[in-house]
Design a protein around this ligand. Structure first.
Ligand code: UT7
Length: 333
């Protein structure tokens, strides 16, 4: 039987500090009511503390996964870290994480595909498993979005939050695991959602800092339109080519950017509300963290052989969908 890559454990971490809509009302011209009706978000988490990057949250999430599964750091062969807010431009956060957890037998690298990064990393990891050469891979997805958000810009600061999740990928020969995926990108969308300075085109300078160019820029309305269209299209496409209709699917695992985008995707797929994994209300948009944090929150409800559809959209533009058969009952703990 074909070797498939199955998720065999999940871990997560969100920082303690809660940034509520009420607190945002004191920072920018907005209201709790506007944010809730336009996005579905009530609060998000913020990582506070000097010198702590996204790898800090990743290490905590991996500790959580290790406690639940009994995984030992020496057993890990590969760490793929999906992030848009790495600790440094280089080296990769995957390397910092590996050193911190003592993954002495692992190599690692980062994946940058904005909000779709975790799905890209998951599918990348699955190729190493399906090749038969690797047996234990960590796929991390997380972001410290607060490090690149302008808390004077109401178009962006109400949406994003900090958080990180991780999954363990192992080979499965019993028909569970990743069954199919679609990954897409179109760089023509880059101008609608990006951070101008700090890369090789516009390196950091006193001028770039003065012009506040080290923050996320988003043309929300345009991104919204593309997100609704593309997330729904690929989710629908993956259902069609696997002969799935709404009733065959137990869970939709959607990128958590805006509840209205999630609802539009679910409608198109014929998926009812109770089958949607949802935590955007509590965490906001954690970019690479959204999909693994959904799994972390809903793990106890998942059952062996459940059909899951992942759907995502983000800066790039990048988007995609994945069909996965879940491999175990309930929470590992
Ligand atoms: O994860 C990566 C992908 N990102 C996304 O998927 C995000 C996609 N975009 C969105 O989720 C939404 O576009 C936003 C939540 C960012 C904005 O919601 P919207 O319904 O598209 O609002 P809008 O930008 O069309 O603005 C509508 C009105 C405007 O006022 P006028 O021009 O109608 O008078 C804005 O100035 O709402 C105003 N507005 C706000 N009002 C209160 C914009 N932001 C706010 C705010 N509070 N925070």
């Amino acid at each position: 039987m074909k070797i498939r890559a199955a998720i065999t454990g999940v871990g997560g971490f969100v920082p303690d500090y809660i940034l509520s809509n009420r607190e945002l009302e004191t920072m920018v011209e907005t209201t709790d009511e506007w944010i809730k009706t336009r996005t579905g978000i009530s609060e998000r988490r913020i990582l506070k503390g000097e010198g702590m990057g996204m790898s800090h949250m990743a290490v905590k999430a991996i500790d959580n996964l290790k406690n639940k599964t009994g995984l030992k750091s020496e057993e890990i062969e590969l760490i793929i870290c999906a992030t848009t807010t790495p600790d440094y431009v280089f080296p990769a956060s995957a390397n910092l994480i590996g050193a911190e957890i003592g993954a002495v037998n692992a190599f690692g690298f980062d994946v940058q595909a904005a909000c779709s990064g975790f799905l890209y990393a998951l599918i990348t990891g699955s190729q190493f498993i399906e090749s038969g050469k690797y047996k234990k891979i960590l796929v991390v997805g997380g972001d410290k979005m607060s490090s690149i958000i302008n808390y004077k810009d109401r178009n962006t600061c109400i949406i994003f939050g900090d958080g990180c999740g991780v999954v363990l990928l192992e080979p499965d020969m019993n028909g569970n695991g990743i069954m199919d995926s679609i990954l897409r990108s179109d760089g023509n969308g880059s101008k609608y959602l990006f951070m101008k300075a700090g890369g090789s085109r516009y390196p950091a300078s006193t001028e770039s800092v003065g012009k506040e160019e080290h923050y996320v820029f988003q043309e929300g309305k345009t991104v919204f339109k593309f997100a609704v269209q593309n997330m729904a299209d690929t989710a629908y496409e993956i259902m069609q080519r696997n002969n799935l209709s709404g009733e065959h699917i137990q869970w939709l695992v959607p990128h958590q950017a805006n509840k209205r985008i999630i609802d539009a995707t679910a409608d198109r797929m014929g998926i009812s509300q109770e089958k949607i994994m949802l935590n955007v209300n509590r965490y906001g948009n954690t970019t690479n963290g959204t999909l693994p944090l959904c799994l972390w929150d809903y793990e106890s409800k998942l059952r062996k052989n459940d059909n899951l559809i992942f759907a995502t959209f983000g800066g790039g533009f990048t988007w995609g969908a994945c069909f996965l058969k879940w491999g175990y009952d309930g929470s590992r703990k």
